[in-house]
Design a protein around this ligand. Structure first.
Ligand code: SAH
Length: 249
């Protein structure tokens, strides 16, 4: 997967690519990331990348010429990549979109700063806009990293264990189950006993039930998005019985 990020702070992205799973994925050739400094494409002695907004008002706007030149440069490296603008106005990022992007092979990200970029760049070059949530950050670098992070862990080989990503929250409209590691007892809290039995069938059953319970309590909206299977229905009916006993006994 090729990533090209256009930014005025390339060091932020380099630090991100140089640690953890990103670093390993890069070393293994699973991702090949590159930051382009928009400032390198700005003219004049001061290499200015922003200017005052037409019509007045506060804040600055990223100038179109350096951005256009940087995008054209990025397209030399990744000619087939969709151009993604990080923006609070974009489509809300989620796991299905991460999966879609993981299938593309190449991505170009534009990280905005100030009040954003000149609208003509969006019209002429941007294929789609992505938002990471309904709040406003000072720049598109963190959102671009969030997207690259979520996409990278879906790429074959990136997590080491091929199955890890399949069991994560949202992969199937359900949250993940709880996770435990040693010691078996920590400050008087014990690991659920079934996890220590070594009985894989029972463990898988416990995990499915725990995932369902967590989804029911924290994100019932997800249960409506994907119909319940027979095992889930049976569990909910069992819990309903137990709740009714508590309430009406
Ligand atoms: N004036 C803009 C906000 C600009 S914030 C508005 O109100 O919509 C500066 C830059 O940060 C944006 O250009 C974008 O690249 C990035 N950014 C801020 N919040 C974001 C979010 N929730 N998702 C994605 N990008 C965001």
């Amino acid at each position: 997967m090729k990533y090209v990020a256009l930014t005025i702070f390339p060091e932020l992205l380099e630090a991100f690519w140089e640690n953890g799973i990103m670093r390993r994925a890069r070393a293994d050739g699973i991702i090949s990331p590159k930051a382009i400094n928009i400032r390198d494409y700005a003219h004049g002695r001061h290499q200015v990348t922003d200017d005052r907004p037409y019509g007045g008002g506060c804040g600055m706007v990223m100038k179109p010429e350096p951005l256009a030149a940087a995008i054209r440069e990025a397209k030399k490296t990744a000619p087939d990549a969709p151009v993604v603008m990080l923006s609070p106005e974009g489509r809300r990022f989620d796991q299905p979109l991460a999966r879609q992007l993981a299938a593309t092979g190449e991505l170009i990200f534009i990280c905005g700063r100030y009040e954003g970029i000149d609208e003509r760049i969006t019209e002429q070059f941007v294929d789609f806009e992505i938002s990471i949530g309904d709040y406003v950050l000072t720049g598109g670098e963190l959102p671009a990293m969030a997207v690259m992070d979520a996409v990278t862990r879906l790429l074959p080989g990136a997590l080491g264990n091929e199955n890890s990503a399949d069991e994560d929250s949202f992969s199937d409209k359900r949250l993940d189950c709880g996770h435990y590691t040693r010691p078996p007892s920590f400050e008087e809290r014990d690991v659920p006993e079934v996890l220590l039995t070594g009985n894989h069938e029972l463990i898988a059953k416990w995990r499915r039930a725990d995932a369902l319970m967590r989804t029911l309590v924290r994100r019932p909206d997800l249960l409506r998005e994907k119909p319940l299977d027979e095992a889930e229905k049976a569990l909910l009916e069992k819990w309903q019985g137990e709740i009714e006993k508590l309430l009406y006994r």
